[in-house]
Ligand binder design. Sequence first.
Ligand SMILES: [Zn+2]
Length: 431
Amino acid sequence: MTEEKSRLVIKSGRVFDSINGKLLENTTVVSVGNKIVWLGDDSSFEKEENDHIIDASGKVVLPGMIEAHVHLIGTGNPQAEREYLRTKRDMYHFFALNHAQKHLASGFTCVRDCGAYKGVTSSLRRILDNLTFAGPRLVISETSLGQWGNQESIGPQPLLDAARKESVVTAGVDNVVYAVRDLKRLGADFVKTLTTGGVLHGMESKVEFSLWTEDELKAMVTEAHRLGLHLASHAHGTAGIIAAVEAGIDTIEHASYMTEEVADLMVKNGTYIVPTQTAAMSLVSPELLKLMPPEIQKKTIEVDKIMKESHRLAFKKGVKIVIGTDAGTPGNYHGNTANEVRLMVEDVGMTTVQALQAATIEGAKAIWLEDKIGTIEKGKLADMVICEKNPLEDIKVLSNVTSLSHVIKDGIVMAEQGRITYFSPLQKLAK
Ligand SMILES: [Zn+2]
């Protein structure tokens, strides 16, 4: 189609150079198809006949932002058990599409999903890649790779049965290797595991305990890396964080209990933290706390408090931190990732530039996509966000989606002022 090949020109903007952390004034960016083909000073831009031109003068152009931890099937409903018992499994496919679009419309053009029902996110990724619907670039784990032990499961039986069926649970080196290969076969882009218990996973789910044996973890990392998959591990307690970092896991999710020694180890190994402070913040709201049994209330409040100190410590020590909310968990709704970017400034101590780098180039490196996204450069994919206000001056402006005039993915304008405006040509023909 000729329409697809016409050039998209973002003219005379202030382009955020995410590598050097500064704005390039009066810069024009040209893309053809899904790639950036030219960028330079507006004075040297040469217009061509069928150019589609967006005037970005006075506006800030960011690389499309990266959200590194969500659960697209999670609705954020505080009463997950009740929701589950009233929802057909296949409805989650549609929820996931809706949630993915919320991320896109809020400026996050790449989203890493850290665990869903098997088949949902790999199907959605294909639907979005072939442009049937507007949506972000998806990087998916399909489901999580867990282990037996650690906790007794408590809850409605259908929910427990489903959880067992929908995630991969295994033990022993050979089984772990098999599970990694099987996840790859299902379509996983990376492996999501857990090296400690969780906050909400039940009273007996201990966060201070490391779950896998060293051999199992090493086998998982070796096999995943061999197949070109990076790995993320959910880890709250120190022992589980150390086990994951030493085994070579690439990103640590939550990282609630940090020490100076653990931070040093992460710096040495180049391990990233995905803080997910939004998840903890959502849980400590009074409405959510009152829905929890007293022991879990206690654990939640404790983890939330220590988490902020831990992330501040890690950042001060030089640990690399990227953006992820854990959206989909109770009270933690999709499309609010800009708040996590703000928390990196307010709670962790980043400058606005560092927070924007965490949301762009650092996020891309953490998920092994820095050759494709995270910067606005010739040859990269044309994922960009045009902001009417300057987030380098005030990071909060990102939370106002109506001030994001254009969200562009793969060289296509997909959302304007917080609303999806791309619909597939097939749908247009059907009208
Ligand atoms: Zn998660």
